[in-house]
Design a protein. Structure first.
Ligand SMILES: Cc1cc2nc3c(=O)[nH]c(=O)nc-3n(C[C@H](O)[C@H](O)[C@H](O)COP(=O)(O)O)c2cc1C
Ligand SMILES: O=C(O)C(=O)c1ccccc1
Length: 384
């Protein structure tokens, strides 16, 4: 076995010396064990969804309705899983999704996940709601590939300043999240009155930003409530529209990707507005309750715009088979959210690395055993 699948051999061989993996290799089982490790606030902040949780369930049900049809005697023993997406070379078509406030899961937060991702060459997408600054995460990420996720602040000077810092710190691609201009009704968080930002977690990027600080009379550590208030005002987006996208182009010289697309008309608008890619995502079911499963809309969006822009996918990826399914339906790459967040909760950098290696090994083996040597060989005919 080659590549990521070698993690399987490594685990079995270590077993001969009496060693077992740091925690489960079943990524679908991580939520349960994270619940035992985390307090109810952080656990439900990650695991919860909008409203009744119907969209979280719809995301998984969409995967369950699609099945892989394996092919035999095609010599898929050697696989090449690498892809180039928007100018970034990926060892496999997988990125770490932007996940904010990671220090609620482990004190090393984004630094740990950046280090784990860099070890494997997997890109991170750093959230605007990071618990560490852009520059701190860039240092942890080292030579690792890194993209930056923007929550678009209402103040253009703050926006330009954050983008400037991200570019200077080696972030190559900009991912603009459109679906979270305010937080959804999230009963699991509301019942506990648990919101990390109001405790100044996930505010490191603006709090360390000169343009943000210029709008404050006192530094954030001298008047925390005021700084938090300004943070809320800045990131509760009121005034965004399609015709404002050129502003981002002016302030970013790399590829621009819109995250949170679910409707084909919005996918077409994204293309018309000249962006380079989209992420078909419903934010892991955290924003609109009762929404369609993200995988359900992927094929129609790929059919509408897949020739013009790179279509990425997230929401519900938990196994190697899920990655195969999303790629077969036309995604160029997938983003993984909660699984790596649970890995972080289980053991910082080592935990994220273990989750990523498990998921990638599972993907590698599922590719081979279903008769596919590379992502390019996957199409709708691989599925039923
Ligand atoms: C705890 C948590 C925090 C998140 N924070 C952000 C964020 O700051 N920015 C963003 O664009 N998406 C954020 N997301 C959404 C993820 O990027 C991604 O769309 C989603 O987690 C994918 O679904 P999955 O968790 O089922 O893989 C967050 C998700 C979780 C679970
Ligand atoms: O919780 C989320 O889903 C999310 O995207 C977010 C929004 C603002 C700050 C941190 C995370």
């Amino acid at each position: 076995m080659t590549g990521f699948a070698s993690y399987q051999n490594e685990i079995y061989l270590q077993g001969l010396g009496g060693q077992v993996p740091p925690f489960t290799t079943d990524v679908t089982g991580l939520e349960e064990s994270a619940r035992e490790r985390l307090g109810p606030g952080p656990f439900w902040y990650v695991a919860g969804g909008a409203g009744s949780g119907a969209t979280v369930r719809a995301n998984r049900e969409a995967f369950d309705r699609v099945r892989i049809v394996p092919r035999m005697l095609r010599d898929a023993s050697e696989r090449h899983l690498g892809v180039t997406v928007l100018g970034t070379e990926l060892p496999a078509p997988v990125l770490l999704a932007p996940v904010g406030v990671q220090s609620i899961l482990h004190p090393d937060g984004e630094l740990a996940s950046a280090r784990a991702a860099a070890e494997l060459g997997v890109p991170i997408v750093l959230s605007t709601a990071s618990s560490y600054s852009i520059e701190e995460v860039a240092e942890a990420s080292g030579d690792g590939p890194r993209w930056f996720q923007l929550y678009w602040p209402n103040d253009p000077d703050v926006c330009a300043s954050i983008l400037d810092r991200a570019r200077k710190a080696g972030f190559t691609t900009l991912v603009v999240t459109l679906d979270t201009w305010t937080l959804a009704w999230r009963p699991r968080d509301l019942d506990q009155s648990y919101l990390p930002f109001l405790r100044a977690v996930g505010t490191a990027i603006p709090f360390s930003d000169p343009a943000f600080r210029a709008g404050l009379e006192k530094a954030p550590d001298e008047d925390l409530p005021m700084a938090i208030l300004r943070w809320v005002q800045l990131f509760t987006g009121k005034d965004k529209s399609w015709d404002m996208l050129p502003f981002l182009r002016e302030h970013w010289d790399g590829p621009v990707v819109l995250k949170g697309i679910q409707h084909i008309d919005d996918a077409r608008k994204a293309v018309e507005s000249g962006v380079d890619g989209i992420v078909v995502s419903n934010h892991g079911g955290r924003q609109v309750d009762g929404a369609v499963g993200s995988l359900d809309v992927l094929p129609e969006i790929v059919a509408a715009v897949g020739e013009q822009v790179d279509v990425l996918f997230d929401s519900g990826i938990r196994t190697g088979a899920d990655i195969v399914k999303a790629l077969a339906l036309g995604a160029k790459a997938v983003l993984v959210g909660r699984p790596f967040a649970y890995g972080l909760a289980h053991g910082g950098q080592v935990g994220v690395r273990h989750v990523l290696r498990s998921l990638l090994a599972d993907f590698d083996l599922t590719m081979g055993l279903s008769g596919h040597r590379s992502p390019a060989e996957l199409g709708p005919d691989a599925l039923r």
